[in-house]
Write a protein that binds this ligand. Sequence first.
Ligand SMILES: *Cc1c(COP(=O)(O)O)cnc(C)c1O
Length: 426
Amino acid sequence: MFEQKFFGGRESAVASYCRSFPAVFERSQGAEIWDEGGRRYLDFLSGAGALNYGHNNADLKEALLGYIAGDGPAMSLDLRTSAKAAFIRVFSENILQPRNLDYSIQFTGPTGANAVEAALKLARKATGRQTVATFTNGFHGMSLGALSVTGNSHHRGGAGTFLSGAARLPFEGYLGDGFDTLAYFEKLLTDPSSGFDCPAAVILECVQGEGGLNVASNDWLQRLQSICRAHGILIIVDDIQAGCGRTGTFFSFEESGIFPDIVTLSKSLSGYGLPFSIVLMRPEIDCWTPGEHNGTFRGNNHAFVTATAAIELFWKSDDFSLAVQALAARVTEHLDAISAAHPSMVLCRKGRGMMQGIACRSPEDAAQITRFAYEDGLIIERAGPQDEVIKVFAPLTISESLLDEGMGILSGAFDRCAKMKACGAA
Ligand SMILES: *Cc1c(COP(=O)(O)O)cnc(C)c1O
């Protein structure tokens, strides 16, 4: 039996998602996951964006099983392997070249946080500057460097030590529609008495995942780029959550036309839920000396194999991208319908592409709605400063019928919450 707090009587109290979704899961396929008792759930959490192609995609599984059956090396530090060569070729031919992106690829340790650490170090080394500017509500991971550029005070508090080297800037819209957050940034940079040291880089998510699905507009991103160029500040786009197709294009910044100096990718990069992270950098700033940012597990060949298969399956043409955009429009319709039905509970719809959600007026409502959804067989999480944003993270490969089924459960959960509140008020 599952114990709510300490799984198996042993698991540390640090575990978190399992508190909201306490089932013991046994099998998963596509957008569906089954618990030990055979109960089926729809998965709109998708490994927090690590399962963009759903669970256990058949083609990826076949590629992985073939590689294992052929005794392909599983781990290889940073030795050269055929699996790594294939990944570099396929990523280059299908992702980088068609988008005119000339990047070198750094294979980091397997977590997103490690890619962020590498990006921060590289930006500092390449510019000789110390601070990195970061944005309100940004989320970049749990290691100390990544945490220093993360906003969330609950996570920051876990550090237990100083988080230094970051300068905080307001994200687009943070101070309301009338406030130009980039004019503020520019003023800080140009006023010799602002007390703001010119940073090595800015790090940002084009759509803030954990921070509440806040979207940076194309115009804002372009202006940010021109300010950064004028001051020799590097742009790091952390595309760990918003990348790999989540916004409807492979990279979240494609529509804006900006060309980041450094990009971090992880979560759905392997396509199969296997740990795998990379840092992309303009070749001119690749100033590392050998082994300067090291790590044992930089050669997860199983992940190289599934990542290669995923790119070949989904990214050889625009078809998948267009299908994701069509699916995203359907999500928008569903969310608009829910919003229209519950104006007293809904503040607004947020996000873009397949990373959309609903900001509730009350965080308690958001919590209650996701609890009701779970009771009805839908796994769906919250984000935002108060966990007030219900975050629809369906797989990008989900069928329209399963998407509609999940959105129906979500809509029903809003109805139940509204009824419950009406009863409470009566
Ligand atoms: C998840 C995430 C990270 C951290 O990745 P981990 O694998 O959890 O270390 C960093 N940045 C963003 C935007 C993320 O969503």
